[in-house]
Design a protein around this ligand. Structure first.
Ligand SMILES: [Zn+2]
Ligand SMILES: [Zn+2]
Length: 442
């Protein structure tokens, strides 16, 4: 059930359920800075911001047991995915069989160590750490284990960099490309990996971030009278992005997670623009340099992102060609253009439609990581297709440069502070007040 956060502690989210007003908690929306009371939620209910509709909280049944069990099952599946044969390929009487860890290990031996480490981090290390961290934090809720604040901070920082779902998409694309020329057999580890992807996704779905931080320490509440329905800046309050606590403007560090807290991300527009310009510069060699070298019956072909798309199109593999074109060409360009546009809107003195531009920000932030699919396809195919002069695939330097483009645009989205879009809807005095407040706390 969806509900919106209340502006008054006397209102409850559900007419047939009387919430204790003393338990309603003050929260600041991370996307629009609106100060509002979070009603007491029942299991299965969600609270959304009144102004921008961003999800503020989602209460889960069994907040300790379910995420811990899902995470433990996911880890078991990841272990199985590494123990047995992953995929095998037969071509003209030759057979190639790989394990899951070969996807990054083979790149390491092909003098692509940086790309190998990145892919190992994205599909093995970060997902495994996230699952272990969730188990540790959930056990910590019961047994009060040490260093939970540090573990929770790293967990939420690393979450967007877990790309197992994108790798699964890359596997499916690779199979479509290979199945026309070779016989593909799926090993036991492949099915374990599929289950790992589902369990990994489900673990984050049932993870109650608000309850998790509340179990580490209660959310610090303002010691002065505040008015819900205005912005945090109006009330001399700011949001801790790490643990969602409401922190007085004069205070440098969050009293719950000890992270340094600023009213707005420092130099947000400048950092975002710098990263976007870097992405634009890298995007040129990423498209000029070969992303993949293919050897077929002694013929060597270097393919860039665009030429790879045309080859697939000519071969009649239309769905795969369209997915690769969308992920590798359309999404990065649209993301870069839209992020430039959002920076322009955030810097503009006044503009209308902050809710609309906030939705655009959420969309580009979510969709940007899917551009990594082409790099993961190359990594997987380079590991599997190894038949010497008969048929082989080698990663090109363009794959590393394109991965750098995707990482840079993801960092640009993280550096952008969507609250700036809402700040500029206020009178100009608000911007002056913000700069004065920043001066006070620095
Ligand atoms: Zn909001
Ligand atoms: Zn905090």
């Amino acid at each position: 059930m969806n509900t919106t956060a209340t502006l008054s502690a006397r209102q409850t989210h559900c007419p047939d359920q009387v919430a204790d007003p003393r338990q309603d908690e003050l929260v600041l929306c991370p996307h629009c800075d609106l100060l509002q009371y979070l009603p007491v939620l029942a299991a299965g209910e969600q609270a959304h911001c009144l102004r921008c509709q961003h999800q503020l909280d989602a209460r889960q049944p069994n907040p300790i047991l379910r995420p811990a069990l899902y995470a433990a099952s996911a880890l078991l599946m990841l272990l199985l995915a590494n123990l047995f044969p992953f995929v095998s390929m037969a071509l003209a009487g030759n057979r190639s069989e790989i394990h899951f860890f070969d996807t990054s290990a083979v790149l390491f031996t092909e003098y692509q160590q940086v790309l190998a480490i990145l892919i190992w981090l994205f599909i093995q290390a970060v997902p495994a750490f996230c699952m272990l961290a969730i188990i540790y934090l959930k056990l910590g809720m019961r047994y009060h284990l040490p260093a939970r604040i540090w573990v929770a901070r790293v967990l939420f920082m690393l979450k967007p960099w877990s790309m197992v779902d994108i790798f699964l998409m890359g596997l499916l694309i690779s199979f479509v490309k290979l199945v026309a020329t070779a016989e593909i057999s799926l090993g036991m580890s492949f099915w374990a990996f599929c289950l790992f992807c589902l369990l990994h996704l489900r673990t984050f779905q049932v993870l109650d971030r608000h309850a998790l931080w509340a179990s580490i320490a209660p959310s610090p509440q303002p010691d002065t009278e505040v008015t819900a329905g205005s912005t945090g800046l109006d009330q001399q309050l700011k949001l801790c992005h790490c643990c969602t606590a409401v922190v007085p403007l004069r205070q440098r560090h969050c009293s719950r997670c000890h992270t340094k807290v600023t009213a707005r991300l420092p130099a947000s527009i400048q950092k975002t623009l710098a990263l976007l310009i870097t992405a634009c510069v890298l995007y040129i060699p990423a498209n000029m340099l070969p992303i993949m070298r293919t050897v077929s019956f002694g013929d060597v072909t270097d393919s860039t992102i665009i030429s790879g798309f045309f080859m697939m199109w000519q071969d009649g593999e239309y769905p795969v060609a369209i997915i690769i074109f969308l992920a590798s060409v359309v999404i990065p360009i649209i993301k870069i253009v839209l992020m430039f546009w959002l920076c322009y809107l955030a810097a503009k003195p006044r503009h209308a439609g902050a809710k609309h531009s906030g939705n655009i920000y959420r969309l580009v932030d979510w969709v940007g990581r899917w551009s990594m699919v082409d790099v993961l396809v190359v990594a997987f195919m380079a590991a599997l297709v190894r038949f010497g002069l008969l048929a082989s695939v080698y990663p090109g330097i363009g794959a590393l440069v394109f991965a750098a483009v995707v990482i840079t645009t993801m960092l640009a989205a993280v550096s952008f502070d969507p609250r700036l879009l809402w700040d500029n809807q206020q009178p100009a005095a608000k911007a002056v007040q913000y700069r004065q407040a920043e001066g006070k706390i620095k």
